[in-house]
Design a protein around this ligand. Structure first.
Ligand code: ADP
Ligand code: MG
Length: 238
């Protein structure tokens, strides 16, 4: 049985149907990229998986359990957004430790866990800095550390690199992928950037107008596009 399974997920806002009939399976440890043009429903789908939105229909299973009605805090997901949702009045260390504190972990253990993820995202020496003193790339690494420190079952990344400049973006791509492999954490990464999807993914779910139109390896999506939309989106006619 696959680690994450979506069955017939549907979501509308009023009369705007964002998606319907979304079906997919993700294996444990896979890095999946949800790729598609702006407005096609990527963030809404990710938010349904995180428990921040409730789908109107369908079911979600993680590790065999139906989580469709589970509150977000009980889902074991870590999430990183495009713009850094860090607490401005907390140091890097306290930003990262926040989730563990909420869980009631004692201070000694907390310090150990935080130190381990700080090393993982290469922020040693920044522990006592405040977010405003950090670069965009460093802030996203704090956000990543904060998502990882609770050892999520699923890591959800919503365009975490889109606000960064090109050079840092390329470096962070590799860093995210390396950390993901090291931890073996099942990851769903959202982007509208074909290059990012091509260079990072085990498989790509290509989305258009609320449908997953092809799910396959980067190579197959590029060399065997299932439709003209896929071919165009992957840049065949540019
Ligand atoms: P993407 O992340 O692919 O750019 P979104 O999931 O953000 O797409 O948006 C998909 C559609 O859902 C858009 O038409 C958007 O306007 C609409 N939408 C997203 N969130 C809300 C919301 N909270 N309320 C109403 N409409 C929304
Ligand atoms: Mg989005």
């Amino acid at each position: 049985m696959s680690y994450v399974i979506a069955q017939n997920l549907a979501k509308s806002f009023g009369s705007n149907q964002v998606f319907s009939q979304i079906n997919f399976s993700i294996e444990k440890g896979e890095f999946i990229t949800l790729l598609g043009p702006s407005g096609c429903g990527k963030s809404t789908l990710l938010r349904c998986i995180a428990g921040l939105e409730r789908p109107d229909d369908g079911d979600l299973f993680v590790n065999g359990a139906n989580i469709t009605s589970k509150p977000a805090q009980q889902r074991g997901v870590g999430m990183v957004f495009q713009s850094y949702a860090l607490f401005p009045n907390m140091t890097v260390e306290n930003n990262i430790a926040f989730g563990l504190k909420m869980q009631g972990m004692d201070e000694k253990k907390r310090k150990q866990e935080v130190a381990a993820v700080i090393e993982l995202v290469e922020l040693q020496g920044k522990e006592n800095q405040y977010p405003q003193a950090l670069s965009g790339g460093q802030r996203q690494r704090v956000a990543l550390a904060r998502a990882l420190v609770v050892r999520p079952q699923i890591l959800l990344l919503d365009e975490p690199l889109s606000a960064l400049d090109a050079r840092i973006r390329k470096h962070l791509r590799q860093q995210i992928r390396q950390i993901q492999r090291e931890l073996g954490v099942t990851t769903l990464f959202v982007t509208h950037d074909q290059d990012e999807a091509m260079s990072m993914s085990d498989r790509i779910f290509l989305m258009d107008k609320g449908q997953i139109v092809q799910s396959d390896t980067a190579e197959n999506i590029y060399t065997r596009p299932a439709s003209e939309f896929v071919a165009r989106f992957m840049g065949h006619y540019n």
